[in-house]
Design a protein around this ligand. Structure first.
Ligand code: ADP
Length: 393
């Protein structure tokens, strides 16, 4: 709907333009379209008054019934003039009707005093009706104009609000980019400093062979960390859209379980449990496996003393929950709010992007990811997905 009416002119002053013109405005058009254009309207009023007067003058005085009808017919052009042209139009139409009818009263009914007085009163009523109709019509026009102006003001306010919102969004994006860059610089600087230090040590040829091997290891470790950081960063900054397809959760959990079981230090058990039957899920299997893997790796890293990681999938009120539970160190309350932020890490070699990537993937799947601390020890991550498409046979 176009809320952009253009009001050209309006005035209540006598003698001045009394036209309300509203473009592109359904309400305004509705109000005026029932009336003919100004010149046509004026012709209609003149014709109405002229024909009614002619009726009086051409009908013999004794045909009272016809005179009664003609007399009341004057109201039609008078009311029309009031509605179409305001109080000035109504007054003129009422006055002209009265002036044209007056000689007929004098000529035809001067002998009938009582009837003639009634007619004089009636012509005064013509003028009053024209005036009152015109005033009411002017008030209505004024009210409509105010409505149009209010609509225009609302439209402007709405456009300004939209503008401000866009500014805020842009500022927000810029601030996010700034934060990302700051985090990245911080993350890259540390390994570079280590590599630089190690290279310096190696330059001192006097160092024993064993020391040089250790230094090389540091360099390789830091390079590996930079590599991981950049891979994760790419995942985070340029997430690819999910390639939708059926996801067999049972298979997905089993393969992630196997993977982490083999790479986990001794003292860590990995348990996989899947409700059966589980509705088939629609999603990107590879991406969802990455989510579970990131959560499982974190769980293992949180248990330096050993313990159990449980990967579970259950159905709950039509939605599928993937749960990763550990018996690790848990998360400090002051960190809970920040763990999904990019680059937030409490680990020496962490990138702080694992949970951000997981969060992004889950969001793209229309799901949610949450964390809670276990009553005794460790943490539980819960991924809730609602894209269950069909029950397995
Ligand atoms: P990274 O593992 O590289 O640090 P993540 O984004 O995966 O990055 O994790 C961010 C932080 O969240 C971790 O450094 C850690 O402090 C905390 N965290 C994540 N998972 C767990 C967990 N299972 N137990 C304890 N802390 C966790």
């Amino acid at each position: 709907m176009n809320l952009n009416p253009r009001v050209e002119s309006f005035s209540l002053l006598p003698g001045s333009q009394t036209t309300l013109t509203a473009h592109n405005d359904p309400a305004g058009a509705e109000g005026l379209s029932v009336l003919a254009p100004r010149w046509k309207g004026a012709t209609l009023v003149a014709l109405g008054i002229g024909l009614t007067s002619a009726g009086h003058y051409l009908t013999p005085p004794e045909q009272r019934l016809w005179h009664g009808i003609f007399q009341h017919l004057y109201y039609l052009p008078v009311v029309y003039a009031g509605v179409a042209f305001g109080w000035v139009g109504g007054l003129i139409a009422g006055g002209v009707s009265a002036l044209l009818y007056l000689p007929h009263i004098l000529m035809a009914w001067s002998g009938e005093r009582h009837y003639a007085v009634e007619q004089y009163v009636e012509i005064l009523i013509f003028v009053a009706v024209g005036l009152v109709t015109g005033i009411l019509s002017d008030l209505e026009r004024k009210r409509r104009l105010e409505l149009l102006q209010t609509a225009e003001k609302l439209r402007t306010a709405n456009a300004e609000l939209q503008n401000t919102f866009e500014h805020v969004k842009r500022a927000d994006r810029l601030s996010a980019v700034g934060q990302l860059a700051a985090g990245l610089v911080h993350e890259i600087r540390n390994p570079i400093a280590s590599i630089d230090g190690a290279a310096e040590v190696m330059q001192a040829a006097a160092e024993p062979e064993e020391f040089r091997v250790e230094t090389m290891e540091i360099i390789r470790k830091e390079c590996g960390r930079l590599n991981r950081l950049l891979t994760n960063l790419l995942d985070f900054a340029r997430p690819r859209n999910p390639e939708w397809g059926p996801v067999k959760l049972e298979r997905l959990l089993a393969s992630v379980g196997e993977l982490v079981k083999h790479s986990a230090p001794s003292g860590i058990q990995v348990a996989v449990e899947c409700a059966h039957p589980l509705p088939e899920l629609s999603g990107d299997e590879e991406q969802l496996a990455q989510v579970v893997l990131n959560l499982a790796i974190n769980a293992i890293q949180a248990m330096p003393e050993g313990g159990e990681v449980r990967l579970e999938a259950i159905e709950s009120s039509g939605r599928i929950e993937i749960i990763v539970r550990d018996e690790g160190t848990g998360i400090a309350p002051e960190h809970l709010e920040r763990i999904f932020d990019p680059f937030f890490t409490t680990k020496d070699t962490g990138t702080g992007l694992g949970l951000s990537v997981a969060h992004q993937i889950v969001r793209q799947h229309g799901g949610s990811i949450s964390v809670e601390l276990n009553p005794v020890a460790g943490t539980t991550f819960r991924v809730v997905l609602s894209r269950a498409v069909s029950q397995p046979a």
